[in-house]
Write a protein that binds this ligand. Structure first.
Ligand SMILES: Cc1ncc(COP(=O)(O)O)c(C=O)c1O
Length: 361
């Protein structure tokens, strides 16, 4: 126990989630840092988002009023977009805070939470905070997961709640929606939290099912393909009853008005989203052609990142940092030793990245 702290902390043995370092913020923008370490979009959002934000800032009370705590307009637009009733949609200050709420609402203290692993580690902290026992288990081949394997994991551990990132960060598996549906229907007593943070890239979603069944909620974000990570906007889609439960502890004031306005504009500009997806896939081709030429094994993903294996990943990463290029090491995860995760940018960014990479060898 830390002597310089209050003597009771229920989480004093927890191993915290390690955020990426954000030194790019403190570099002059003209250096054009390649921030490819946290799966944000390295490209700015739609120009119509920028316009909507500027217009919003002209409102005389833009910053001194609390936001619309019901996110009325944004929820209406999301309901239209997904063709689901408005009462099936709720917004959050990033999908992280929705995940945080979900584990508190859908588990009992002491309940078992299965995180299909290796996966996005933040959820582990939320589950531990909710006094759950966390089971980290996954498929034999950590880079692919089938519905049958998911089913076997649920059968084996009989958890109260399952956390599934689909596509998975960081290993890139993608379980088809139909296969998830079979598992969700097979285990009606288990709550399935399907984190679709990267689903704009993969185009696979369980949203239509989530509004029908009581044991599944889909989690989405504007932080990735829509390029709004800095504004912290996420949302969930589930049955009206589950949304009601989640509303018991939701603080709507946490979803900023500027974020709501930006998300509405981003959602309205689907052409820009398509353009971003195309640009990112072109960037991916540059990266993968370069890696092939240099002979480094890599794993593509249906999301916005590529995993690359290096004989000395630490040396490569350090040398990239010295050139203001930031990537994420995955070496701490079993089965991912020597892997760096590179968030995809467009052709220009990936070309610059390859130049930096070659210099780092
Ligand atoms: C799988 C997954 N879920 C959720 C998040 C966080 O999303 P948000 O910015 O909406 O909190 C991330 C961010 O990296 C992620 O990889």
């Amino acid at each position: 126990m830390n002597k310089n702290a209050f003597s009771v902390c229920r989480l004093d043995t927890i191993q915290p989630y390690k955020p990426s370092n954000q030194v790019a913020w403190f570099l002059p923008p003209e250096l054009r840092p390649l921030k490819l370490d946290w799966n944000e979009s390295p490209l700015p959002p739609s120009p119509s988002v920028m316009n909507a934000v500027r217009k919003f800032l002209d409102h005389p009370n833009a910053l001194n009023w609390y936001p619309d705590a019901n996110s009325h307009d944004l929820r209406a637009k999301l309901s239209e977009h997904w063709k689901v009733p408005e009462e099936c949609v709720q917004t959050y200050c990033g999908s992280d805070s929705a995940l945080h709420a979900a584990v508190r609402i859908f588990t009992k203290s002491g309940g078992a939470v299965l995180m299909v692993s290796p996966t996005y580690d933040n959820f582990r902290i939320y589950a531990l905070e909710a006094q759950c026992s966390v089971i980290l288990d996954g498929p034999k081949d950590i880079y692919s997961l089938s519905g049958a394997e998911l089913s076997a994991l649920v059968e084996k551990h009989k958890p109260q709640l399952v956390y599934l990132s689909n596509p998975n960060n960081p290993t890139g598996w993608l379980v088809p929606a139909k296969e998830i549906e079979e598992v969700v229907r097979r285990f009606p007593e288990t709550m399935f939290i399907v984190d679709e943070a990267y689903a704009e890239f993969s185009n696979v979603t369980v949203i239509p099912l989530a509004v029908q069944v009581p044991n599944l909620v889909a989690f989405r974000t504007f932080s990735k393909a829509y390029g709004l990570a800095g504004l912290r906007i996420g949302y969930i889609i589930g049955s009206p009853g589950n949304i009601d439960y989640l509303n018991l502890i939701r603080n709507g004031k946490n979803v900023s008005m500027i974020g709501q306005v930006a998300a509405i504009a981003a959602l309205a500009d689907q052409d820009y989203l398509k353009e971003i997806l195309t640009r990112v896939r072109k960037g991916e081709q540059i990266l993968e052609a370069g890696l092939t030429r240099l002979g480094f094994p890599f794993r593509a993903s249906p999301a916005n990142f590529v995993l690359v294996k290096f004989p000395d990943a630490k040396k490569v990463q350090d040398s990239l940092v010295a050139q203001n290029a930031f990537v994420r090491s995955m070496s701490h995860l079993p089965g991912m030793e020597g892997y760096l995760r590179i968030t995809l940018g467009d052709e220009e960014q990936m070309t610059r990245f390859m130049v930096a990479l070659e210099k780092s060898l």
